[in-house]
Design a protein around this ligand. Structure first.
Ligand SMILES: *[C@@H]1O[C@H](CO)[C@@H](O)[C@H](O)[C@H]1NC(C)=O
Ligand SMILES: *[C@@H]1O[C@H](CO)[C@@H](O)[C@H](O)[C@H]1NC(C)=O
Length: 780
């Protein structure tokens, strides 16, 4: 499904390309066409022995020496970086690039990648809503913490960014409120304390961006809605009577309603460019954010090629916690992105809030469906209509592609559209514009029973795969199939939740299988949060309805939930570093749903590669008892164990290390990660792993270990008890894993288990780590 989605995206952009390319030809000289954007990483100390006074001069000197045309070096420079990495982004020709590569002090040169925001929506960015408000938002923690959000911008007038209850801006804040189109410095306040925008990479990326896209604001103002949604999910103020066209009514609040937001707008209509992302991280590190929240990503890359991983490493060194969406490419294995061990990688789960909208078919059968439609009072809502499913037209009519539905066949009818390929709200618009009166969105095999409600421009409901088979066989069985949709409003607590969303990207990580990813899951399906007040709730330009909130799904929506919870932990424990906060979130996560049964992932209990450590539990996460802490230097040793070369490690860490020496000094090293991933290779059927726990609970505490061993593996832990005498005391333990089966019998298999340190006196403290075991056949 993802592949089709990506294909459609590029198709939809192609039409834009043709249009604006014509424009471009008439306005610009041709030579610019051969330039591409590159991110050039320099030696961090390379300037020391040179004659340059400023970094900018030094960076420009490289361009000065390589540019073959009459262009001035500064006309080619997009950004000069220092905090997220040393280097710059520039437009270069192929010949210039070759010259540059051979120059001194060049560490790495990377293409500017275009990343996407991680809603399940294809080209329009729709939103999310906080779940379990009571449990998450009982306190007003989050005060004093600054969450930097890299996204599509913000709609500052949204009631979610009111600063009425907010404390003053923290003294450490050094950011700005950058003015631009429809955005002034008075748009910032004590809630939204900073806003900047980065468009140089985007504008340079391709000819298409030279013609401004419709509704784009060259400022921090959000034209899509995604960034307004994610930032309000992380730290939106309390807004009573929030609803989407009457649905889901309640108090809207971010996870950390007391935290401050700084928006770094880096995503534009055709994506988010890594040169812009790095520039934003560069500023955010200096501005003084505590947490960086990135609901975007691409396909997994090696860490030394991944600008987000590199910028995040630098941020982590400065004590900033980086939280990223895992991606929406599930349930395909190995699809997880943003998988660096210093990043917290967040998958998506479902909520227990539903919006039932049943399909009553002419044969008396009722199919369960879900919809966010404003009830039964609008034209055609709840009306009995003739059903039509247009197939065999060879134009994607079963998906309701634009222009694929013959008016004569769909006029006044209830049209069935298969899910996938194009945006769900777009299908509704196509049906409406083709004269249809209502729509049934039918899940296909890949979506199974997953519901994802959207705000449509006409009466519509979404049904699961089993229901869609039922519906289609009813259509086959009669000459004049009819149905009506019954909208039942909002229902809470009727279904089994949370469950891992089908679309949530799955591990194991390809580039780094020794770290279990994703780390955690959080609500990411049917989330309600703030929305630009000039956009309709469907996000489509044609939608003239006005709302302050809308509903969206995606790991994009899950990520800011964890960012907000991290802010709660940070404000309660200001001295904790990023890895301690991450550990607190992971070791306290839930693995059972509201019925006390295992959290599901599709039709089976969710595997660790879907759910990571579990479903985030904010109340427990603020008081974990023990944490697994990691010093930044330990990541370097870890990179050595991954077999990265000296120059690759230098690219990521700016540290010149000899792995030979590092490994000799750290025999048997294992990264002190809160989860455990064991890889058995032929001839190596035993593995010893070390971990170190730090006491952050009661000063005098004894914990004992409980292990559920993965199938086919013997597990031994020494010592079995850990007795702490004071706060911040650290104690180590070792775990031995021995495989009981040989690889010869299997090509590649997985097993999972877990290990929990339980406080001997207080059942409150249970510090749980998931274990994954992988048998790898090297011959394969
Ligand atoms: C409905 O009929 C079409 C054409 O005869 C067939 O391809 C399809 O499988 C049928 N669908 C169901 C669900 O019975
Ligand atoms: C949106 O919020 C503003 C400010 O609180 C309010 O005046 C307006 O009525 C709201 N609009 C809708 C559609 O609820």
């Amino acid at each position: 499904m993802t592949k089709i989605l990506a294909l459609f995206l590029s198709l939809s952009m192609e039409s834009k390309l043709i249009f604006s390319f014509t424009l471009f030809l008439s306005l610009f000289p041709l030579h610019a066409k051969n330039l591409q954007t590159y991110i050039v990483q320099l030696h961090p100390h390379g300037m020391t022995n040179s004659a340059f006074n400023t970094r900018l001069e030094w960076h420009l000197s490289f361009l000065d020496r390589i540019i073959t045309s009459e262009d001035s070096p500064s006309s080619r420079l997009l950004y000069s970086y220092h905090s997220a990495m040393e280097g710059f982004a520039a437009r270069l020709s192929q010949i210039e690039l070759e010259t540059l590569r051979n120059m001194q002090n060049i560490i790495a040169v990377r293409h500017d990648h275009c990343l996407q925001i991680q809603t399940t929506y294809s080209y329009k960015f729709l939103g999310l809503s906080p779940s379990r408000e009571g449990a998450w938002l009982r306190s007003r923690f989050g005060h004093g913490t600054i969450i930097g959000v890299l996204d599509t911008g913000v709609w500052p007038e949204s009631p979610s960014f009111s600063d009425e209850q907010m404390p003053p801006v923290p003294k450490k804040w050094r950011g700005i409120c950058q003015e631009g189109q429809n955005f002034n410095s008075f748009n910032c306040n004590r809630k939204l304390i900073g806003a900047r925008f980065y468009s140089k990479g985007y504008h340079a990326s391709s000819d298409i961006s030279r013609a401004p896209a419709p509704h784009e604001y060259i400022s921090p103002r959000d034209a899509e809605g995604h960034g307004t949604h994610t930032s309000s999910t992380a730290a939106g103020a309390s807004v009573p009577n929030a609803n989407v066209l009457g649905n889901g009514a309640g108090v809207a609040r971010g996870m950390a309603p007391g935290a401050h937001v700084a928006m770094y707008k880096i995503c534009w209509f055709n994506g988010c460019y890594s040169s812009d992302i790095l520039a934003a991280m560069d500023d955010a590190i200096r501005d003084g954010v505590d947490i960086l929240s990135l609901s975007l990503g691409g396909f997994p890359l090696p860490l030394f090629d991944d600008s987000i991983a590199i910028g995040s490493y630098r941020a982590t060194e400065r004590g900033i916690m980086v939280i990223c969406a895992a991606g929406n490419n599930g349930p395909i294995p190995n699809s997880v992105s943003n998988e660096a061990p210093w990043i917290t990688t967040v998958g998506a789960s479902t909520l227990d809030r539903r919006f039932p909208a049943e399909v009553h078919m002419g044969n008396g059968q009722i199919l369960y469906g879900e919809s966010m439609f404003p009830g039964n009072h609008l034209p055609n809502a709840g009306k009995e209509l003739e059903l039509v499913y247009v197939t065999g037209e060879d134009r994607g009519s079963e998906f309701c592609f634009k222009g694929s539905l013959p008016r004569a066949r769909v006029h006044g009818k209830m049209v069935i559209c298969d899910r996938g390929a194009n945006g769900r709200a777009e299908k509704g618009l196509v049906v409406k514009e083709s004269g249809g009166s209502a729509m049934i969105l039918a899940n296909t095999e890949i979506n199974q029973e997953e519901d994802s409600v959207d705000v449509h421009v006409l009466p519509a409901t979404l049904i699961g795969y089993a229901e869609s088979l039922c519906l289609k066989s009813y259509i086959n069985s009669t000459r004049r199939p009819i149905a009506r949709i019954e909208f039942r409003g909002t229902a809470i607590g009727r279904s089994r939740a949370p469950a891992v969303a089908m679309f949530s990207s799955r591990g194991p990580s390809l580039s780094n299988p020794s770290i279990l990813k994703p780390d955690i899951v959080a609500p990411g399906v049917n989330v309600i949060a703030a929305w630009p007040q000039n956009l309709g709730p469907s996000g489509l330009p044609e939608d003239s309805r006005r709302v302050n909130f809308t509903v969206l799904s995606g790991t994009s929506m899950a990520c800011p939930h964890v960012s907000g919870i991290a802010a709660l932990i940070r404000s309660r424990h200001p001295m904790w570093g990023p890895s301690a906060v991450k550990s607190a979130i992971m070791t306290t996560a839930d693995v059972t749903d509201h019925y006390g049964k295992p959290i599901m992932g599709g039709s089976i209990p969710a595997q660790v590669f879907a759910i990571g450590a579990g479903h985030v539990n904010p109340e427990r996460a603020t008081d974990p008892g023990l944490v697994y802490d990691i010093r930044p230097s330990e990541y370097i040793i870890h990179l050595c164990t991954l077999g990265y070369s000296r120059s690759e490690i230098f690219t990521i860490t700016h540290r010149n290390v000899s792995c030979h020496e590092v490994m000799a000094k750290n025999i048997g090293f294992s990264l002190n990660y809160p989860s455990i991933s064991v890889i058995f290779k032929p001839g190596r059927m035993g593995k010893k792993i070390k971990r170190r726990l730090t006491n952050v609970g009661f000063p005098n505490s004894t914990y004992s270990v409980e292990v559920v061993a993965p199938e086919g593996v013997a597990v031994k832990v020494r010592p079995q008890h850990l007795t702490f005498n004071h706060i911040y005391q650290s104690l180590a333990y070792s775990i031995w894993f021995v495989s009981r089966k040989t690889i010869a019998t299997q090509k590649m298999t997985f097993a999972e288990g877990h290990l929990t340190w339980v406080h001997t006196k207080s059942s409150h403290y249970r510090v749980r780590s998931p274990i994954s075991v992988t048998w790898v056949d090297m011959k394969k």
